[in-house]
Structure formats: structure tokens, C-alpha cells
Ligand binder design. Structure first.
Ligand code: AMP
Ligand code: MG
Length: 344
């Protein structure tokens, strides 16, 4: 199949893409978080194509992208006021809410769960595609399953050229890490995945938040978890990644002691001079965490090269979107972290 390239700038793009979605095709769509691989979320056969194209495990549910809070009740029931409070505070934006699913939503979309995740993306062309198609768009990140997510149209073409009907190019993604996921199906709101909205911002609206254990530690692949996506190997380049924590100087000393030819260093722009001769790659500025979230997946993709032996990675500290960057890097590293301060 020839993958049709559509520019977000082109006035006809939303109409063409919406028609493809309606007819059951796969269309890659830009959002402020990452590029999604979109299909009609109410059409089981269309949704099946997403799982096939990505090589995604069948029990890993998809997020339904909707055009606004007024659509929540079309696909969810038992909707607490908190859902509308979150939507009012953060939509359109990088926040996904998990609620009980109405029967109109196929189990293939929800990975067999009786809950469904909904989000309204902050991207005008994608909201217009949703509106014109008249259906919610189910879309996971557009990468091949397990690989770093897609934050440019080039990343999507690299993974799916010739396998999907079209790609809508909206430029590089502004946030660069996936949405924050909050589950509202239990008594207490639960953070299932950190993302573009920080935990502190959620607590301001909700007054309470439980952090799911899958956020902070590796979960066994046979475990029963609230967010099935969190138990799989994720975001990972071909070679092992190890996070080196501690001060700039101690981390650089540790890495220089252990570095061998064929290794790479993933660091902050400010640290580049410390890693001369260690093939360093910067993913953004430590002083501006938004550049780190925006640059992380492109850097992990660049490092996805079987000829590399090992990557030493530097990780930001703190809350907000830095919390999401920590989570993605830790998952890419399979939670392998060394403390440079502890090693004499
Ligand atoms: P992706 O779009 O590739 O970031 O994947 C979507 C994520 O949303 C996965 O990690 C899923 O585990 C999570 N998700 C989607 N639907 C649900 C749901 N009903 N309950 C819990 N997590 C969900
Ligand atoms: Mg994904």
C-alpha cells in the first residue's frame, strides 16, 4: 500500500483523513504528546489493524481520542464530577481519564477491560479529523510495539511506511512524552502513567492521588495491573540502558571509569563538554525540562542501533513533566539505575 502524506497545513487534510478513518483505514495523527496510529475506535476490524501494524499485545488497551468533555458520556458511564473537573482544567491537553466503558466501545479497543481511556488532544487538525469522522479515534503511540515512541512524521514513516493509509504531518510534537493517565473507577483517583500533566497539577484539582505501583517499579509480565501497557518492555533502544544518578561531576567520573568503545552517553546539553571522547548525545537542556521531554524519544531512536553496546543515561530530577521523563527513561533502562554518589 502507498502511504499518503498529508500536511496539517493543507486545508483538505482533515476531510481526507476523516474519510479514511470512517472507511476503516489506519491514519497516523499528530498530537501535542506523540504521534498516534489512529483508527475508528468503534470498529473492531479497524482497531485490529492497529494491533497488527504495531505488533501490540492484544491485552494492551487503546486510548479513545474525543473532541471534548461533552463526548465523555457517549462512551463512558458512572462518570464522577472529578472527570469533568479534570477535563475543564486540562483539556484539550495531555491528560487521559479511565472510566467505566459503555457497551458501544468494542472490547478489542479496551483490551478486554470493562473500562475505557478517553482524552481530548491539544492539536487542532486532529480534533477536526475526529469531528469530521463522527467517531472517536482509537490511537496508541505510532511506534512499533516496545520501541521508542514517535514524535515526528519521519519517525512514523520509518516504522510504518507502506503499511498504513496515510500520515498527517503536524511537525514535531510539543510535549514529546505521552499523556498522563488517571483512573477514576475506584474510590481514590489513581495515577497509572505520568505524562505531560504533572502529579502536583492533578492533586490541585483532585485533592488526592494514589500512584500505581507500575509507575515506580518493574511489573512482572504475568501480573494483573490496572494499566496493562505498563508491564511491557517499553521505549527501549536495541542495547541495554543504564541510568547514572548523582551530581554532574560524580556521574561523569563514574561513566569515564566504566566507558568502553561502542558505548554511548545520553546526557543534558550542559554536560556535553564532560563527555568528550564518549560519543555523547544530548536530548535537551537540564535547565529547561520541556526540551528534555520534547527531545527524549528522538534521542532514544537515534540510539536504537544494534552496533551500540551500552548507553549511560542522565535523568532529570523533580516533578511536573520531569516525573514523566524519569518514568520513560527508567522503563527504557528496565529500572537499571546506578548511584554515582555511592561508588567511591
Ligand atoms: P499508548 O497510547 O501507546 O501510550 O498506550 C495507551 C496506554 O493507555 C497503555 O499503556 C494502556 O495501558 C493505557 N490504557 C488504555 N486504556 C486503559 C484502561 N481502560 N485502563 C487502564 N489503562 C488503559
Ligand atoms: Mg505506546
Amino acid at each position: 500500500m502507498k502511504t499518503i502524506y498529508l500536511s496539517a497545513e493543507d486545508a483538505a487534510t482533515a476531510v481526507v483523513a476523516a474519510e479514511m478513518i470512517r472507511s476503516g483505514e489506519l491514519v497516523a495523527i499528530p498530537t501535542e504528546t506523540v504521534y498516534g496510529l489512529g483508527a475508528n475506535g468503534l470498529d473492531e476490524n479497524a482497531v485490529a489493524k492497529i494491533f497488527e501494524a504495531k505488533g501490540r499485545p492484544q491485552d494492551n488497551p487503546l486510548i479513545l481520542h474525543i473532541s471534548g468533555p461533552e463526548q465523555i458520556e457517549l462512551f463512558c458511564h458512572h462518570i464522577p464530577q472529578k472527570a469533568y473537573d479534570l477535563a475543564e482544567a486540562f483539556w484539550p491537553g495531555p491528560l487521559t481519564i479511565v472510566l467505566p466503558a459503555r457497551s458501544i466501545v468494542p472490547r478489542r479497543t479496551t483490551g478486554g477491560l470493562d473500562t475505557v481511556a478517553v482524552r481530548c488532544p491539544d492539536c487542532a487538525v486532529t480534533r477536526e479529523i475526529i469531528r469530521l469522522s463522527g467517531v472517536p479515534i482509537a490511537a496508541p503511540s505510532a511506534n512499533i510495539s516496545g520501541k521508542p515512541s514517535t514524535t515526528t512524521a519521519e519517525h512514523v514513516l520509518h516504522d510504518h511506511d507502506g503499511k498504513i493509509a496515510a500520515i498527517v504531518d503536524g511537525g514535531p510534537c510539543r510535549v514529546g512524552v505521552e499523556s498522563t493517565i488517571v483512573d477514576l473507577t475506584e474510590e481514590r483517583p489513581r495515577l497509572l502513567r505520568p505524562g505531560g500533566i504533572g502529579p502536583e497539577q492533578l492533586v490541585e484539582v483532585l485533592g488526592d492521588l494514589v500512584v500505581d505501583k507500575a509507575v515506580t517499579a518493574q511489573v512482572d509480565k504475568d501480573a494483573v495491573v490496572k494499566a496493562p501497557g505498563m508491564k511491557y518492555r517499553h521505549y527501549a533502544p536495541a542495547e541495554p540502558v543504564v541510568i547514572v544518578s548523582g551530581s554532574r561531576e560524580k556521574a561523569a567520573a563514574y561513566i569515564h571509569r566504566h566507558f568502553e568503545p561502542g558505548d554511548r552517553v545520553l546526557c543534558f546539553e550542559e554536560e556535553l563538554p564532560l563527555y568528550e571522547g564518549c560519543a555523547p548525545l544530548s536530548y535537551g537542556k537540564e535547565a529547561d525540562v520541556n526540551t528534555l521531554s520534547a527531545g527524549l524519544f528522538a534521542a532514544l531512536r537515534e540510539l536504537d542501533d544494534p552496533s551500540i553496546h551500552q548507553v549511560y543515561a542522565r535523568c532529570p530530577v523533580g516533578g511536573g513533566v520531569a516525573y514523566a521523563v524519569q518514568n520513560r527513561l527508567k522503563k527504557a533502562a528496565a529500572f537499571h539505575i546506578v548511584d554515582a554518589e555511592a561508588e567511591a
